[in-house]
Write a new protein. Structure first.
Length: 306
């Protein structure tokens, strides 16, 4: 694996990261105590860190102040035991800049952002958006490529922006990713974002240095082991863990109501509440039926995070 990274910001970054769920209490407020529990469970499972307020973390459903609150709670709970990457993407670029500066002020390790999602979704708009954010602090910046095609001859320009040091690639065109990274001619760090294809990405050897994903919250040890075994070149052993993880992924994504994803966390012992509207909370009967199906997989144990 390509893990001999020289820049200080890359040190200790290889491995698995959970795209953290944003947990809520019974009144729908960000739950700081549960953030700490998610972190403890993930670190015990071998995660290297957490990606905060990304797509999994409901960034588009949170206020700027709530996102700051979550960052603060994560820094407090982490206590320097792993890496924190703050996703600061927002519909308003000024909000992204504000969040990036807050991340830098409280000791977050990296900032990241998705491209503009509603207005001005062109390449030029994305360059403007990323330039504003990446130049707002001295933190290393991670491009978050989510659902967009990679065009190596075009996207290489992102890495000329200030502080751009890596990419979270939530896509499946690993050939394009490999071509783009090869063209860069400088040290960067990349993470695969499709949980079900983590091992496929790591098999390229010199492209991805780990993964960032939703399912990592639920079964963190699986993804930590995939990364560790791949780093040793033991892909046959890693494939066993990927196969089990993919069975969880398959169940997790079968509904477009993402509250089912958090239901899996409740099953392992960490109740994060539902997703916010427009996602519906599960009824007691829905949860019971879903938990029964999850248990039947035989991959995660009820309350194993306790």
């Amino acid at each position: 694996m390509d893990i001999k990274l020289t820049e200080k910001c890359f040190k200790g970054m290889y491995g698995a990261y959970a795209a953290m769920f944003t947990p809520y209490d019974k009144k729908g407020r960000v739950d700081e105590e549960t953030i700490a529990r998610i972190i403890e469970y993930g670190l015990k499972g071998g995660l290297k860190g957490f990606y905060l307020t990304g797509t999994t973390g409901e960034w588009w459903l949170l206020s700027v102040e709530e996102r700051k609150q979550l960052m603060n709670a994560a820094v407090k709970a982490m206590r320097g035991r792993g890496k924190l990457i703050a996703h600061v993407g927002a519909n308003n670029t000024d909000d992204s800049v504000e969040l990036a500066r807050h991340a830098a002020a409280i000791g977050i390790d990296w900032v990241s952002s998705v491209a503009p999602q509603l207005y001005r979704t062109s390449f030029d708009a994305t360059m403007y958006h990323y330039r504003r954010i990446s130049s707002a602090t001295d933190l290393p910046f991670m491009i978050y490529s989510f659902g967009a095609a990679l065009v190596p001859e075009r996207d290489i320009r992102f890495f000329d922006l200030p502080n751009v040091k890596g990419m979270k690639y939530t896509g499946r065109d690993y050939y394009a990713a490999q071509r783009l990274k090869r063209k860069l001619g400088k040290e960067t760090i990349w993470f695969a974002g499709c949980d079900e294809q983590l091992l496929c990405g790591l098999a390229l050897g010199n492209v991805f240095s780990g993964g960032i994903g939703t399912t990592y919250n639920i079964i963190p040890a699986h993804f930590s082991k995939i990364c560790a075994l791949a780093a040793k070149g033991d892909f046959r052993a890693a494939a066993k863990w990927q196969d089990e993880a993919n069975r969880v992924v398959e169940l997790m994504i079968e509904s477009d109501n993402w509250s089912y994803r958090k239901a899996m966390m409740k099953f392992v012992g960490i109740d994060c509440g539902p997703y916010r509207p427009p996602f519906e909370p599960l009824t007691s009967a829905q949860y019971t039926a879903y938990a029964r199906r999850f248990a039947a997989l035989g991959i995660a144990k009820r309350n194993q995070a306790l």
